[in-house]
Design a protein around this ligand. Sequence first.
Ligand code: NAP
Length: 521
Amino acid sequence: MKLANYVGGTWVEGSGDGAPLFDPVLGDELARASTDGIDLSAALDYARRTGGPALRAMSFAERAQMLGKISDTLAANRDRYFELAQANSGNTQVDASIDVDGGSGTLKYYAYIGGKLGDANYLTDGALERLGKDEAFQAMHLLVPLDGVAVHINAFNFPSWGLWEKAAVALLSGVPVLAKPATATALLSHAMVKDVVEAGIVPDGALSLICGGARELMDHVASGDAVAFTGSAETAHLLRGHANVIRNSVRFNVEADSLNVSVLGPDAAAGSPEFDLFVREVAREMTVKAGQKCTAIRRALVPAAVIDAVTDALADRLGKTVVGNPRDETVRMGPIVDKVQQKNVLDGIKQLQAEAKTITGDGSFEPVGADPEASAFVPPTLLRCDTPDEADVLHKVEVFGPVSTLMPYDGAEQAYGLAARGGGSLAASVFTGDDGFAAEAALRLAPTHGRVLVVDEAVGKSSTGHGIVMPQCVHGGPGRAGGGEELGGLRGLRFYHQRVAVQGNSGRLHALAEGAAELTV
Ligand code: NAP
């Protein structure tokens, strides 16, 4: 089966053999994907000329309703999507839920907050400001939807969530979407878009999909378009630095890789509630999605006094994690997405091992219910480095798999310094029962992180976790994490709007403002 592309309002197969998509457990080929022969320039143009005007003519309430219907369509097909996520990504039920339910949940959330914006189709940002001596002459800022297309390039690890978290914000803003999932796991994205298109929920041209290589896509983006990229820092550099992108000042948001930290507070003695919550969270972050989450904990910083206790507790927990074929109900961790990524992870582990000793993951390993040769498994691999100040690679190389490194610290200053050596990350977490340390750590970690989760016993149960991205909160991080910002409630809409200062007669400005919704509702 070759996955068709949805461009220009029709499904079109790419030419040639296409790239294969595999089942990472069984090794079977599931489908092929090709964009060869597809006119990418015409595809973007169709979205701009057909989808854009249709969406901009709709109010926020109507667009919100559309998001709600997309979410309902996805929810109705949930079981089939879980099967596809299991087949093409080796997902367990928990993994598939994070991806599939995460996608439909984010759409639902934006349907809800978008509905509050009512009949308007543009936004005010702030109040009127008097500019001169005369009351009559004033200014205000409006946010109007971009008149181009939102190009969404996604990573392989979230073929559902990545697609819909981006589309929700762009479509609510009134900007058509051309989505390009990562080829390796495009099966699920393709099935979902097909269902949404067949349900007749989105206007013609509002949602396009290409399955396969992006080829020269960046040659055809134009001013007024907005590109949102998720993937490796290397690809991000290449695309953000593309001459056409620079020449036309095309908006470009990057969500790239990250050396996220979790810090166990100096107060947390072995056996304390925060100690136990920390151990559970590090193990969970290593094993959910087999560690293939951009927000996963890569470096776990613990007070030197308890490093041995943490090492033992984590090794014990990871030792009990059943790794193998997710079709087996006892299995809690699945494979890496394919053989290429498996090799990348194994090579990465070797690099880290030059600076750290291996606590778990060495030695013989047999995945449950799977052939080790045909499949792409890597065991949960816990490393430990007792001299983290001297380490280099551990703070630089993101190994995108079930891998994390324990590091002891001596005093809070050292912990903050080590955290910052990640060069800018998506998420940090702090586990502490000490209110003073909690406040200080949140502020000290803030300049180098997009999100800081602070956990104590009181929120241990209700916390959504270190690695889970919530649409209410900013997703993005400074520095090597890409410097981007997605989601974060209504403020996430700014990326798809032009902010314009309008100056003139205050009476006229008031009339314009009355037709708008406020960004802050
Ligand atoms: P990748 O190799 O950089 O690919 C990302 C996307 O870019 C894919 O859709 C890929 O398409 C596409 N691409 C590659 N070359 C391109 C080109 N020349 N023009 C246009 N598109 C191009 O990354 P990945 O291996 O899929 O993802 C893993 C990385 O993503 C990890 O480093 C992880 O940290 C990061 N990540 C970040 C976040 C976040 O939210 N910050 C989330 C998930 C993952 P093909 O698949 O067709 O090559």
